[in-house]
Ligand binder design. Structure first.
Ligand SMILES: N[C@@H](CCC(=O)N[C@@H](CS)C(=O)NCC(=O)O)C(=O)O
Length: 215
């Protein structure tokens, strides 16, 4: 038993973000798997922790905390090293702004429940759902690529040469994109940063294939 329990799913990109942050900060946590395929995120037991019926939820000594971005910022405040946000206000705003392209523009419209709704209410088949995913992933990736390739603060990672909040979102999204065959050729800067993320053990270890519920 540890102080922290992460209710999550191996393939969930929002869960990848949080696992990567916990690993980066060297924090032990109990891994509580919830199968999204079986709908366990909407079980009565999990709804008590997270009324949205989504993962991840981090259970802490102070209570349950849903929402991956809030979890990341809470972890960063309670365990400041290594920091996920730059020290200066402009840097912090820039990193959040990059992270939001993934977390607020791309992810919500491509979430499982949206794809399921397209199928049940509008008859979308697997090809149509994948095309939908690619449409919104590409829109966000395109904006992210322009920002990262043109802004002087971009370095080995999204902001200079240190892994941060935006990298966690980028890293998890690129993994997710592969499942839907998003063409990454137009995004060389994102691909370069993703490669750099893969070289960081804390991030690599957070990848879906290394999680206990992956098999
Ligand atoms: N804004 C939430 C989104 C969480 C979310 O959508 N999680 C997905 C997995 S990546 C989920 O639980 N999907 C289940 C569903 O759509 O039913 C966060 O960042 O934590």
């Amino acid at each position: 038993m540890t102080d922290l329990a992460l209710h999550n799913y191996f393939r969930s990109s929002t869960s990848v973000r949080v696992r990567a942050a916990l690993n980066l900060k060297g924090l032990a946590f109990d891994y509580i798997p919830l199968s999204l395929l079986k709908g366990e995120q909407a079980s009565a037991a999990h709804l008590v922790l997270n009324p949205s019926g989504l993962v991840p939820t981090l259970v802490t000594p102070q209570g349950a905390l849903p929402q991956s971005l809030a979890i990341l910022e809470w972890l960063d405040e309670v365990h400041p090293e290594p920091s996920l946000l730059p020290a200066d206000p402009w840097g912090r705003a820039r990193v959040r702004s990059l992270a939001h392209i993934v977390a607020l523009d791309i992810h919500p419209v491509n979430n499982l429940r949206i794809l399921k709704h397209l199928e049940t209410e509008f008859g979308a088949d697997a090809n149509a759902k994948a095309a939908w995913f690619r449409k919104w992933a590409s829109a966000g990736m395109g904006a992210l690529e322009i920002r990262l390739s043109s802004e002087p603060e971009t370095g080995d990672f999204c902001h200079k040469n240190k892994v941060g909040l935006a990298d966690l979102c980028l890293y998890a999204q690129v993994i997710n994109n592969a499942r839907f065959d998003v063409d990454m050729a137009p995004y060389p800067t994102i691909r370069r940063i993703h490669e750099n993320c893969l070289a960081v053990p804390a991030l690599r270890d957070a990848a879906p294939e290394f999680q206990p519920d992956a098999s």
